[in-house]
Design a protein around this ligand. Sequence first.
Ligand code: EPS
Length: 383
Amino acid sequence: LRFITAGESHGPALTTIIEGLPAGVPVDIELINRDLARRQKGFGRGGRMLIEQDRVEITAGVRFGQTLGSPVTMVIHNRDWENWQDRMSPAGPPSGQAVSSPRPGHADLTGVLKYDRQDVRDILERASARETAARVAVGALTKQVLTAAGIKIIAHVTNIGGVNAQVASREYDELQSAVFASELGCLDANAETQMKAAILEAKNHGDSLGGIFEVLALGVLPGLGSHVQWDRRLDTKLAAALMSIQAIKGVEVGVGFEYANLPGSKAHDQIYYEPERGYYRQTNNAGGIEGGMSNGEPIVLRAAMKPIPTLMTPLSSVDIVSKAPIQANTERSDVCAVTAAAVVGEAMTAIVLTEVLLEKFGNDNLTDLLSAISHYRQRLAGL
Ligand code: EPS
């Protein structure tokens, strides 16, 4: 499975091509649109989300609601393009004021140096997290393969600006409806109230906030990924996928950094067996991954997002033309986008799990895939 995305934040559209999905996967476009709408949510989002109503258009690889096994192309049109046609024109003469004040924390400065651009906009347009709408569409499509294989994924916000959520474990359906019902995608209503107050305060000071989200994948069968090579390890792939999301600066698997504080006797999940249940653990410090392979327990991942670099009370910078000290560029932006990042984390996790699932069981068509999975499950159950 592979995919790439294309598109500038204020260009005509975001486009993605996904290759390697099996034929015969039922495609529900409304499930893709539902995740796109979830990505637009979150207290603290900026004005852009009032303009966009992201919806996907499928232009290849799907017929009568099923994948064909050929590359799938999806397009999400930018409604804001209407307001940027001159400034983002592929052909016309340069129009609009060039941006010369790079934002600390953004791709702006290094991007203009590396790509020899004189306008920071040439960099920021592609560096923008607007691109993640395309990834969410891919994730929502791959989730339709995972659903057929009994794998479910949900992400929730556990921290915003230092306010931590307390979360008890629940059944998947309950988790999902609680996340969908919460404005911030947070499972702790008290913490959510404090998070919203923190976002409001940051906004009033022209500031921004980061946070942490957790992704849970349930129903993952043991043996996805491999211990035999560094780049085939499931945790390698998942960490890279989460780290690839704009503004993510840290990733944990299971208890993650807390492992450093535990002796081996308290760190590892002891193994038990019951005939009707098979092998199981009573704890899940490993976050469902041992030796670079899924072990059948829920996969638990966390990612830390830095605060968005566009500040309405700007930080110090340097003008790239005059080299004089200047205040960083202020563009319309979000105060906090951790809720959106969580939905993107869900999508990236879905894409990786689909990739390793197809690698193990084959990707020609859904019928063969499901029978290979069922054969494997029977072997593990000793049947
Ligand atoms: C985003 C769209 C962007 C920003 C944000 C994410 O829209 P605009 O730049 O028109 O306001 O709101 O982008 C960034 C955080 C960034 O650093 O560029 C989106 O669709 O998620």
